[in-house]
Design a protein around this ligand. Structure first.
Ligand SMILES: Cc1cc2nc3c(=O)[nH]c(=O)nc-3n(C[C@H](O)[C@H](O)[C@H](O)COP(=O)(O)O)c2cc1C
Length: 281
């Protein structure tokens, strides 16, 4: 983080600048601004029963106007989210209470908690798979779980390649386990990070890590075995990048192989919580 950053120039874009920038950056900026200039303030006021500053929704309104001018669909997630936040904001500005109780997640039953723990602790890195074809529908569920991981400033950088080994034999050679039936490469559209130049760069990698962890958990929950893997060389990355025709601004961050498991590893034992917690006051 730099002391010299000009916050106004970094975040307060003019209508002209918002119209001129590429769509990916514009949408990421919309998500970031909604998060930092509306969502947080709305929830804070709603929770405390306080009125919202009438100026607060100004930035989101500017983005909505540019959204319309750019002719973007109203079904896209940032638009839907902004409209909802603005409806809360308007109620708070009028001094009305905002009831967030419909969004409270129902507490898990004891049985559901057990199921969650089975997913969490039963997941193993699986490195052998059967020949059974993984249905597209199951892969889609796994990918969706990755997109619902936490993501810094809600910038949503995560993109994927889904490559079946049979459709590109040997493309992943060099991997520790090159034969994984379905390779899911976690990509990141780095243009979204222009929306927050003051965010610590380490968050970018953490975004991909959070997504990848959701992928392996969702794979396990859906009956698949998966292994989080490492690009072992630049040549390997380059080969996959060229195969997929990826542009410069898309980073290949990590990948996960999934398939129906043909192996049941003994769990690599973990440190105890006592050993891991260095301070608990
Ligand atoms: C960032 C990351 C990279 C990994 N890379 C590899 C790899 O290249 N090859 C491999 O066989 N396993 C790889 N793994 C899996 C770890 O070896 C595995 O998670 C660890 O041994 C614990 O086993 P478990 O996943 O069954 O609990 C990786 C895991 C992570 C989080």
């Amino acid at each position: 983080m730099s002391d010299k950053i000009n916050f106004a120039a970094a975040f307060n874009k003019t209508r002209g600048e918002l119209l001129a920038m590429d769509e990916i950056e514009f949408r990421a900026r919309f998500r970031e601004r909604c998060h930092h200039t509306l969502e947080i303030q709305v929830y804070s006021c709603a929770y405390r029963g306080a009125a919202l500053n009438p100026e607060q929704p100004k930035t989101a309104h500017l983005f909505l106007e540019v959204w319309k001018e750019r002719g973007l669909p109203e079904t896209l997630p940032e638009y839907v989210f902004a409209k909802k936040m603005l409806s809360f904001a308007e109620a708070l500005i009028r001094g009305e209470a905002v009831d967030l109780s419909p969004y409270a997640p129902a507490p898990l039953s004891a049985e559901e908690r057990q199921g969650f723990e089975r997913v969490l602790y039963g997941r193993r890195s699986v490195r052998e798979w059967t020949a059974e074809r993984v249905p597209d529908e199951t892969i889609r569920k796994v990918l969706d779980a990755g997109l619902w991981a936490a993501h810094a400033c809600n910038l949503q950088s995560i993109r994927y390649l889904v490559i079946r080994e049979e459709s590109a034999p040997g493309l992943f050679r060099g991997s520790d386990i090159p034969g994984g039936p379905v390779h899911i490469v976690v990509l990141q559209d780095m243009r979204v990070y222009r929306a927050n130049p003051v965010m610590p760069e380490s968050n970018q990698l953490l975004d991909a890590g959070a997504a990848a962890q959701n992928l392996v958990l969702a794979a396990h929950a859906n009956g698949l075995g998966g292994c989080w893997l490492t690009f072992t060389s630049e040549q390997m990355k380059q080969r996959i990048r060229e195969f997929a025709g990826l542009p410069e601004h898309v980073r290949m961050t990590t990948y996960v192989d999934v398939g129906f498991p043909d192996q049941s590893p003994y769990p690599p034992q973990r440190l105890s919580t006592e050993e891991a917690v260095l301070l608990w006051k």
